[in-house]
Design a protein around this ligand. Structure first.
Ligand SMILES: O=C(O)c1ccccc1N[C@@H]1O[C@H](COP(=O)(O)O)[C@@H](O)[C@H]1O
Length: 224
């Protein structure tokens, strides 16, 4: 099975449309104000309308308050919340119960020990996302364009369903797929001409490389 592709940090109709045309299964909007990819919830809500029913809409948040979530849930109506901060298992449970939404818990990884934190979220988070730890001095918990050592993922329990993130690009997507059991690949900064500015050609080049790395899927339907 080929992995899902999440294109994150979208801010324009053109970028949303191109990601959808090329086969993104998930599109992500960033609600972290320090990010160059930050988008106001009402604009994200308008862009989400173009994608609804074609791809899953993911709202990326970092330690959100209930007020943040009230606004995002009512204006964007995402299919999934990505929690990219230090949200505890208890907080994840509360968010799921209050907002009745699927949660993807992001975990930052540098060493095999970092993967142990997953255990306390199993049965709580619907999916995981593994990203590199931010480089020193970065204000962003994600979207830094840096990979971690993907060979560490062999330490993870095979039953954990996860997206791989952090520095994925057209040149390493085949390696990301071959060296991990990720059921999804998530990327953002490799598709930009400047921080926060998606480049349609880079989106095309990425999907061309992804298609080359994919295993051909059996044709569906009957020949008769
Ligand atoms: O992209 C951001 O600015 C961001 C801000 C706050 C939390 C998460 C953020 N991005 C996440 O980072 C990865 C993409 O990383 P990369 O740029 O491809 O290295 C993805 O999970 C985004 O949701």
């Amino acid at each position: 099975m080929n992995p899902d592709i999440k294109i994150c940090g979208l801010k324009t109709p053109e970028a949303v449309d191109r990601a959808l045309e090329r086969g993104a299964t998930h599109i992500g909007f960033i609600f972290f104000e320090k990010s160059p990819r930050y988008i106001e919830p009402d604009l994200a809500g308008q862009l989400a309308q173009r994608a609804r029913g074609k791809a899953k809409i993911v709202a990326v948040t970092v330690n959100p308050t209930n007020d943040d979530l009230d606004e995002i849930m009512s204006l964007v109506k995402p299919d999934m919340l990505q929690l990219h901060g230090n949200e505890s298992p208890e907080r994840v449970l509360t968010i799921k119960a209050v907002y009745n939404v699927a949660v993807m818990k992001a975990m930052s990884v540098r060493t095999a020990d970092d993967l142990k934190r997953v255990e306390s979220y199993i049965g709580i988070a619907d999916r995981f996302l593994f990203d590199a730890k931010p480089p020193a001095g970065s204000e962003l918990p994600g979207g830094n364009g840096v990979p971690f050592d993907w060979s560490l993922m062999t330490w993870l329990d095979d039953r954990v369903d996860y997206m791989l993130s952090g520095g994925v690009n057209k040149d390493n997507v085949a390696q990301a797929m071959a060296s991990t059991k990720a059921t999804g690949i998530d990327l953002s900064s490799a598709l930009e001409s400047a921080p926060g500015v998606k480049d349609l050609n880079k989106i095309d080049q990425f999907f061309d490389a992804f298609a080359e790395a994919c295993v051909p899927q059996p044709a569906t339907g009957s020949r008769e």
